[in-house]
Write a protein that binds this ligand. Structure first.
Ligand SMILES: CC(C)(COP(=O)(O)OP(=O)(O)OC[C@H]1O[C@@H](n2cnc3c(N)ncnc32)[C@H](O)[C@@H]1OP(=O)(O)O)[C@@H](O)C(=O)NCCC(=O)NCCS
Length: 283
């Protein structure tokens, strides 16, 4: 059974089992505020001298404290906008996503994918990499830890010490807001790719599609036959990137939340698997 394991690359880039010394032995510790967590709490990256570090504040204290500091620093208008941006989606949300699939059986017919640009390395993410979450504007530390705890795979691309790209691969179930309970159950032959992000300065260099190609190549020939991912309908760069990586559209999904009420509709655009349609329609 082939798994997504780190291994030496044969094409100019390398998957390395670890991290640069700077990121492996950070002189900082996560504390306070700054990195958004799913619950809205923030943590910041601050130097901590050994021995005299105060205990970290509770998430609630940190959240209230962070808001008060922002109120003083940025004024009421900016603070209200920030609070509205965070609370708003819990009251009203309406979005439309396309589901894409890469059929790994078809990979056999594809030309070999181009490797990552010279010098870039693909690294399996661990807790030692949490310091890069803020830089990549990815998920919060708490959510990242939860994902790793339950076996999700986190993949990062580095140029030296500089993180350029991050994505997650889920098995068994994937976090999908539009699915019942926010979880989409997955069969053993499918994985879901989520939260792909390339740092703004590195966009347009093909880093995202080349990384996905690489992950697909590692999965091909094993029990996983398809990689699914969803993209907001109006996210043109992402739609282009998944197209470059041989993903095809299979379904369109609309989700609306008004207060406690949620409604998901999904329509097949081709050979969408029944478990996907049924799993989303059950919402
Ligand atoms: C979607 C995303 C991951 C693609 O990563 P990438 O490594 O830039 O991928 P690519 O280099 O293949 O670029 C894809 C498209 O982005 C657009 N693009 C190119 N340069 C760009 C830039 N400097 N800034 C923004 N978009 C750019 C182009 O349309 C490009 O398609 P093309 O190469 O056919 O012209 C990246 O745009 C991103 O992080 N976006 C914000 C987060 C996001 O939307 N994630 C997707 C969730 S599904």
């Amino acid at each position: 059974m082939r798994e997504l394991v780190h291994k030496e690359d044969t094409g100019g880039s390398t998957i390395v089992p670890g991290m640069s010394p700077r990121l492996l032995a950070p002189k900082t510790r996560l504390r306070g505020r700054g990195v958004p967590s799913p619950a809205g709490a923030h943590v910041t990256v601050e130097p901590v001298s050994a021995g005299n570090a105060p205990p970290p504040p509770s998430p609630t204290v940190a959240r209230v404290g962070g808001t008060a500091i922002r109120l003083l620093k940025q004024g009421p208008r900016a603070t209200m906008q920030r609070v509205a941006a965070r609370v708003g989606p819990h009251l009203y949300l309406s979005d439309e996503h396309l589901w894409f699939e890469r059929d790994l059986d078809l990979d056999l017919d594809l030309d070999p994918a181009p490797p990552l640009p010279e010098g870039l390395v693909l690294v399996p993410g661990t807790a030692a990499h949490f310091a890069v979450l803020e830089e990549l504007h990815s998920v919060g530390v708490n959510e990242a830890q939860r994902r790793l705890d339950r076996g999700a795979q986190w993949w990062l691309v580095f140029d030296g010490d500089q993180p350029l790209f991050s994505c997650w691969v889920f098995r068994d179930w994937a976090p999908v807001l539009a699915a019942p309970g926010g979880r989409l159950a997955l069969p053993p032959n499918a994985v879901v790719l989520e939260d792909s992000i390339t740092t703004p300065a590195a966009r347009g260099r093909g880093i995202a599609p080349r990384t996905w190609n690489r992950l697909a190549a590692d999965l091909a020939g094993g029990p996983v036959q398809r990689i699914l991912t969803k993209v907001a309908v109006d996210n043109a760069p992402s739609r282009k990137a998944v197209g470059t990586a041989h993903f095809t559209e299979i379904a369109i999904m609309s989700f609306r939340r008004v207060g406690p009420w949620k409604r998901t509709t999904v329509r097949s655009l081709g050979p969408a698997p029944a478990w996907l349609l049924d799993g989303l329609r059950a919402a």
